[in-house]
Design a protein around this ligand. Structure first.
Ligand code: HEC
Length: 148
């Protein structure tokens, strides 16, 4: 006798399989959301970090740069600029940032230019704090190279 799948068996497979996949989906979503506060290190999100993020948006830095991969591909990735240009030392990096922002635009021939934003010291330091905070987000080691 050949075995056949009856309509009700097919229905059970459909609903049972669907429920099973949904449960896995919700479980993994819950697990991811639960990890966010620790991975993003949100406890270190000071007023200065928030102010830096606001300046990042107001000046449309993302119109040329990427940050953790999001943004435009005209200029370098800045998610790890703290390690790249500050050797992971806060005062070295803040000094570098003040110099870099003040020196724009560098008129080096055949090199892309970054505009002058005329930001004051406090604003540049806030941007530095934002980059320092971003560099400490647990991104599973992304970006893969120090050059972005
Ligand atoms: C019009 C495009 C443009 C905008 C907008 C822009 N940048 Fe840039 N930025 C560049 C370019 C191009 C470079 C690379 C210049 C070079 O290497 O000579 C650069 C480089 C940098 C670097 C050095 C990165 C490195 O690895 O050496 C920092 C830091 C930086 N930008 C910060 C900012 C911040 C902060 C803002 C917003 C306030 C901003 N940029 C907005 C084009 C831009």
């Amino acid at each position: 006798m050949t075995e056949r799948i009856t309509k009700s068996m097919a229905k059970n497979i459909y609903y049972g399989g669907g429920m099973f996949a949904l449960l896995i989906f919700f479980g993994l979503t819950f697990d991811t959301v639960k990890q966010i506060p620790e991975r993003s290190n949100e406890i270190a999100m000071s007023h200065s970090v928030v102010a830096g993020k606001a300046l990042w948006e107001k000046n449309n830095c993302v119109g040329c740069h990427t940050i953790l991969g999001e943004g435009a591909y005209y200029a370098p990735e800045l998610g790890n600029v703290f390690q790249r240009r500050g050797a992971s030392d806060e005062s070295t990096f803040k000094g570098y940032m003040l110099g870099w922002m003040a020196a724009q635009p560098l008129n080096t021939p055949d090199r892309r230019k970054m505009p002058q934003f005329n930001l004051n010291e406090e604003e540049v330091n806030a941007l530095s704090d934002f980059f320092i905070w971003t560099s400490k987000v647990d991104t599973n080691e992304w970006p893969p190279t120090i050059e972005g």
